[in-house]
Design a binder for this molecule. Structure first.
Ligand SMILES: [Zn+2]
Length: 751
């Protein structure tokens, strides 16, 4: 599914060996961490600030430390025990041992590839060297061969006994959640997902509900007795002991089901119109304060009473003013305080929200952002969205994740980290504290130059975390790249996907500190500047009439246009602040591959697939048809297409599809096709279902698939994502027009 983690980086070439010689030629293929784990904006790095700044793109690193299982995971070698004093590290800069550290003096000394410091090799780690300077034990030591390894953490890295999975569900039972039938849908979905969880005896489940008061649901161990207590005082809710609230799922599955059923029944009638969201979250985080765990908030109403209460924002009046940025910030300092309290208590917060009316998500979302959580945003409250909730909740609770994580990035001397991007908190200048980190999350850092770089530079990500089995681990990813003094080489090594991911994160910052409009202007300016400096310094043709793009960045204008057409960067007034708060949180932690789906929606033709498509192929995955450009010109009235926008999935059906194909796929004629893709016993239908399921399972959000008929109501939803068209909302230019616009801006700068 996630082939990106297996794509090989170019191994640095063994060019002129200088005093920093690393004997690159002797290193195995996977000495560098796979790009699925860490990816730089450039694979060859400018040797000086003046060279690097010549690209007008920052030197940045996108990190997805827990990239999915499968091929990538196999490349993480486990290292069990090292030296008596712990894992071997440089005594000066504390970098972890890696394939680029060099052993000298017959194996008695080790030279750090980050700071050049020379340390004696501890006696128990000593090994002799062969004629090429390699240790004889390389084959037995993954940390000397693999760019990605995991160490069993020494005891000093464990502050307390690692906890198992703990989930406290916090459910809105106020008027809107009940009257729109959301509550029974949530309850059924939670029950179904809990029933399918593995029989892990460590899983603890608990429930808190809220309307104008907070309700705690107690059980008595070993009995079916159930009790609800109500906290009427909202400031500083008196919290009962967690032992009565948290229930062992495996031992008391029936009790958990009874609680869920009772919650739905108790609140089915006479719902209360007020919602104390802040008090409920505060109380829930107090319940978990001794153990940590996950707070799963289900929200359908704006916080109206208690701490953090807010009112709908006057969005229209603020757009375009210097107060626009306040629209995306919490209304009350309570929310940031609550977020930091959750960080202290090791409580992560995921939010499932249903926003038919304003929810004040810019406030509530900060708790999720500070703790590394995830937000699931539903624009409308549709009870039939149960399947989407089940799929998302299941993935949320079963994907690979870590707890109590601390991450640090190290780089060679003369580089330093100038900025951090992602959903986490920092209590010092170097460590990212991430209460809960999963395989779908990525962070980024930006580097700045402090001086001239040597021939090779190294980057290392060290993540200390508790894994799914409750084991404390240190996962270390290392990459070593070559530097160059030639600007043209830097351009050649540009990674456009990483640059787009980084650029999106810069745009998020701009929205939070300025206006959406200025974020859009800055984005276009960055694209023009980069292509202009290339034109000026590297292009051989002198004709100004031609738009010249470096090979590695030829898609930069297309992706820039795609970014401009995402809901995040559409005109401020076209997107509600709740949705934008969600997108800001989501994009801030999204890995490269998922971002690309939003920036460049995937259009797959289904009517003329190659024979192997829809069948299991290499890597045990379903073969997908080849992607075509996201343009309405591609939609043929005699064809069928799948469009994946990252947030939604559509099958577009042309009016003139051959009747026998329609019968094969839908079992009926054009006029009778419904919005759901049926499951039929025909080859084409099964292949299309297989392709659709494969696409649905890719990425951090599961999306239902909606069938759209050509020239039928709602079809515009498809066109809105064909970013190469002029008609796609958000930025009134087609791809061709945008290229012309970029070209004319470059010409203006050249004159
Ligand atoms: Zn060092």
């Amino acid at each position: 599914m996630e082939e990106e983690a297996t794509r090989k980086l170019q191994k640095p070439k063994n060019e002129v060996i200088d005093t920093d010689s690393l004997a690159m030629s002797a290193l195995p293929e996977d000495a560098n961490a796979a790009p699925g784990f860490m990816r730089m904006t450039f694979n060859q790095i400018g040797s000086e600030a003046s060279v690097a700044s010549g690209t007008a793109v920052p030197l940045g690193l996108i990190i997805r430390p827990l990239a999915p299982f499968g091929m990538a995971e196999e490349k993480v070698g486990l290292v069990n025990g090292q030296t008596t004093s712990g894992v071997m590290r440089c005594s000066k800069c504390r970098a972890y041992v890696n394939p680029f550290m060099r052993f000298t003096d017959n194996g008695h000394k080790v030279v750090c590839n980050f700071c050049g410091n020379v340390d004696p090799v501890p006696t128990e780690y000593f090994c002799g060297l062969d004629a090429d300077g390699r240790r004889y034990d390389v084959a037995e030591r993954p940390e000397l061969r693999c760019g990605s390894v995991e160490f069993i953490a020494p005891a000093e890295f464990t502050n307390r006994h690692p906890q198992g999975p703990i989930y406290l569900f916090v459910l809105d039972v106020s008027f809107y959640a009940v009257s729109s039938n959301l509550l029974p849908m949530w309850v059924e979905a939670i029950r179904e997902v809990l029933a399918g969880l593995p029989q892990d005896p460590r899983i603890q489940i608990g429930f808190v509900t809220y309307d104008k008061t907070v309700h705690f649901w107690h059980t008595k161990s070993g009995s079916a007795m159930l009790r609800m207590t109500v906290a009427h005082q909202l400031d500083g809710v008196a919290v009962p002991t967690p032992s009565g609230i948290m229930t062992n799922l495996v031992e008391q599955r029936e009790t958990v089901n009874t609680i869920l059923q009772t919650i739905a029944e108790t609140h089915a009638t006479d719902p209360v119109g007020e919602a104390c969201v802040g008090a409920a979250m505060e109380a829930a985080s107090s319940v978990l304060q001794a153990t940590g765990g996950k707070l799963m908030l289900f929200q359908a109403s704006i916080p109206t009473v208690g701490p953090g209460k807010g009112k709908p924002r006057d969005e229209v009046r603020l757009y375009g003013t210097d107060k626009e940025k306040t629209l995306y910030q919490p209304q009350d300092p309570f929310w940031r305080r609550l977020g930091m309290a959750c960080v202290q208590r090791l409580v992560a917060c995921d939010i499932f929200c249903y926003a038919q009316k304003p929810l004040e998500l810019p406030s509530v979302s900060i708790v999720s952002k500070l703790t590394g959580g995830q937000i699931y945003f539903n624009n409308q409250a549709k009870p039939e969205d149960k399947q989407t909730l089940i799929m998302n909740l299941r993935r949320n609770m079963s994907r690979n994740q870590g707890w109590e994580a601390v991450m640090r990035v190290r780089c060679s001397e003369n580089l330093s980290i100038s900025d951090y991007y992602g959903n986490f908190s920092m209590q010092n200048d170097t460590d990212m504290d991430i209460v809960s980190l999963d395989c779908d999350k990525a962070m980024a850092v930006q580097f700045k130059y402090e001086g001239k770089l040597p021939k090779y530079v190294s980057f290392q990500v060290a993540l200390l975390y508790t894994n799914m089995n409750g084991e404390r681990r240190i996962r270390v990813h290392t990459q070593c790249l070559t530097t160059t003094s030639q600007l043209s080489n830097v351009f050649r090594g540009a990674d456009v996907d990483a640059i787009v991911n980084f650029s999106l994160r810069q745009s998020l910052q701009a929205c939070l500190t300025s206006t959406v409009q200025s974020a859009r202007d800055a984005l276009i300016k960055r694209c023009v500047n980069t292509l202009h400096v290339y034109r000026k310094s590297c292009a051989t043709s002198s004709s100004l009439a031609q738009l010249i793009l470096p090979e590695s960045l030829k898609l930069l204008p297309l992706y820039t246009l795609g970014l401009l057409k995402t809901n995040l960067l559409r005109k401020a007034s076209e997107v509600r602040s709740d949705e934008r708060a969600f997108l800001m949180a989501a994009f801030n932690s999204m890995p490269i591959k998922m971002v690309m789906k939003y920036v460049f929606p995937t259009l797959l033709p289904l009517h003329n697939m190659e024979p192997e498509c829809g069948l299991i192929g290499e890597g045990n995955e379903i073969c997908l048809p080849t992607q075509i450009s996201a343009s309405s010109e591609q939609l043929d009235g005699t064809g069928l297409y799948l469009l994946d926008t990252g947030m939604s999935l559509y099958i577009w059906v042309g009016r003139h599809c051959p009747p026998d194909m329609l019968l094969d796929v839908f079992g009926c004629m054009f006029d009778d096709i419904s919005s759901q893709l049926p499951v039929l016993n025909t080859e084409l239908n099964q292949k299309i279902n297989a392709v659709t399921t494969q696409v649905q399972n890719m990425g951090g959000y599961w999306r239902p698939c909606e069938v759209m008929k050509q020239r039928h109501p709602g079809e515009s939803k498809v066109y809105a994502h064909l970013i190469e068209d002029k008609s796609a909302p958000g930025y009134n230019m087609s791809y061709v027009e945008f290229l012309c616009h970029v070209h004319s801006q470059i010409q203006a700068k050249m004159r």
